[in-house]
Design a binder for this molecule. Structure first.
Ligand code: UTP
Length: 490
């Protein structure tokens, strides 16, 4: 079986002869990708020949995967019997506080032994947000406008201090975000982290297809490709040597999260501890969905295995089903936070091209028509294909699912305005900071609507209290206050 996920181009790689390439693409009904060959200059020809050489061996598999992905659209209800997922509940939903404390101790031991690494996926194109740059560079700080990356680096500095270890931070980029992300980390000197503990690696790409099953030419010398989804992490971690790096450092647990959630509880010891207690290979955090239309995938048992069903693939009937108390039957919303064991990652890296399905989503994709004009089509004109990391869940021998509070841990930046926007996220961040300060007896003055806390100093309500600052002024730069509104134009 050929490589099902396409790695980035190696500029030194040889290209195949154009006639050989043309024939092999024609044999699969894709000869049109050379439609403009005669009009291309030497550089453009070279670029297209390189890309075609990279893709050609995988063409049959790519075609098969596209077909399966398109057939799978809206087929969520055909996956098998779907029953509600099981999760360790929050104390207010019947969870046991003593168990939480025991899990915390276990997780702290794991962190203290230097066995945990962090992996952020930051290769997405952020199309809904429409920000000019990698999402990690988005200025989220309600007062300082510090970026998502800067805020996460603060959290990691705090975590390193508390655990007494330099915790490796693995940052996954894509062709769309790699160069800019590397430039930001260079310019910011890795945000104060030890450079040897920061590793940037790049995910693969998958080609886009029109509705007739033809590859799309985004310009006369380039076949449209997009990042292969957060599921691409499982292959990229291995291809880029990150799994080997983990092993060399004695790290055998990977805490995985998404770049756009500044409320992330990074390296959460309770989550790590529950993962260990369950002897899980992969774990998952969920939040309790109240509104059936919340756009998060749902964790359920599908044909007896824990699985996440993407919200676009979940039938309205199941999405809206209620239990006798009026709560949603399928309440467990997946928020993209996982723990993986190194052994499981190794197994999945070898097998994920086969085990993880490819999903199709109809998108508007820049495309050429046969007269060589860019088509300004205003609706979707093709499919982008992606793999999802949560599709690894059914392949884990044991899993653990833990319920957390959305108000404390989840406020993603997805859209430019409205729900899950920079404005809603900053408001929720400020709300969270306010509760931390109140818990520590340092309530900010009335009228304050901008609060920002340096996460390397304080990263929880408990830590705010432990610091023992007498008042806000005492906290110096660790707590910033302003009276400006927190929602700003982007
Ligand atoms: P989303 O699916 O929300 O995508 O990614 P996005 O790129 O942020 O936004 P849209 O859908 O284009 O508007 C969830 C997380 O997975 C990462 C994103 O960077 C984000 O952290 N991701 C997504 C990748 O790293 N690679 C991908 O191919 C897709």
């Amino acid at each position: 079986m050929g490589a099902a996920s396409i790695v980035l181009a190696d500029p030194k790689a040889e290209t195949l002869d154009i006639e050989v390439l043309r024939q092999r693409f024609e044999a699969h009904g894709q000869g049109h990708v050379f439609e403009f060959w005669d009009q291309l200059g030497p550089e453009a020809r070279d670029a297209l020949a390189r890309q075609a050489t990279r893709l050609v061996a995988s063409l049959p598999l790519l075609i098969e995967q596209r077909q399966a992905a398109v057939e799978g659209l809206g087929a969520g209800s055909e996956l098998g019997p779907i029953t509600p997922g099981e999760a360790i509940p929050l104390p207010e939903h019947g969870g046991d506080l003593a168990r939480v404390d025991a899990a915390r101790r276990r997780g702290l031991d794991l962190l203290g032994a230097g066995r945990v690494g962090l992996c952020v996926v930051a290769g997405g194109q952020g199309t809904r947000l429409g920000f000019d740059g990698p999402k990690g560079a988005f200025p989220v700080g309600p007062v300082s406008e510090r970026s998502l990356f800067a805020l996460q680096a603060q959290k990691i500095r705090g975590l390193c201090r508390r655990s007494g270890h330099s915790i490796p931070w693995y940052i996954m980029t894509s062709e769309a975000t790699d160069e800019a992300t590397r430039a930001i980390f260079d310019a910011e000197a890795c945000f104060g982290l030890a450079p040897e503990s920061v590793r940037i690696f790049t995910q693969g790409m998958l080609p886009a297809w029109d509705f007739q099953g033809r590859l799309i030419l985004e310009n006369p010398h380039r076949i449209a490709e997009s990042p292969d989804g957060h599921g691409g992490t499982l292959m990229a971690l291995d291809n880029s040597g990150i799994l080997a790096d983990m092993e060399a450092r004695g790290v055998d647990r990977l805490f995985y999260y998404q770049v756009d959630n500044p409320m992330i509880c990074l390296g959460d010891p309770v989550f790590l501890g529950f993962h260990e207690e369950a002897q899980a290979e992969m774990s998952c955090k969920v939040i309790r969905k109240i509104d059936p239309d919340e756009k998060v995938g749902v964790l359920a048992q599908v044909a007896g295995s824990p699985s996440v069903i993407e919200y676009t693939e979940f039938s309205a009937e199941l999405r809206e089903a209620r239990d006798p108390d009026g709560g949603l039957v399928h309440w467990a919303g997946n928020i993209g936070i996982h723990v993986f064991n190194l052994d499981f990652l190794r197994r999945m890296a070898r097998e994920s091209a086969r085990l993880l399905p490819v999903h199709a989503s109809p998108k508007r994709i820049q495309s050429m028509n046969s007269q060589s004009n860019l088509r300004a089509s205003d609706g979707a004109n093709g499919y982008k294909l992606e793999r999802f990391v949560f599709d690894a869940l059914p392949w884990a021998k044991r899993t653990c699912v833990v319920e957390v509070r959305a108000t404390e841990e989840f406020s993603p930046i997805k859209n430019a305005t409205g729900k899950d926007s920079p404005e809603s996220c900053r408001t929720e961040l400020v709300g969270c900071y306010r509760t931390w300060l109140e818990a520590a007896g340092m309530a900010p003055p009335p009228g304050t609507n901008g609060i920002e806390i340096d996460h390397s100093v304080i990263d929880s309500a408990e830590e705010a209290a432990e610091k023992g600052f007498a008042n806000l002024a005492d906290a110096g730069e660790a707590i910033l206050i302003s009276t400006r509104p927190t929602g700003r134009e982007i």
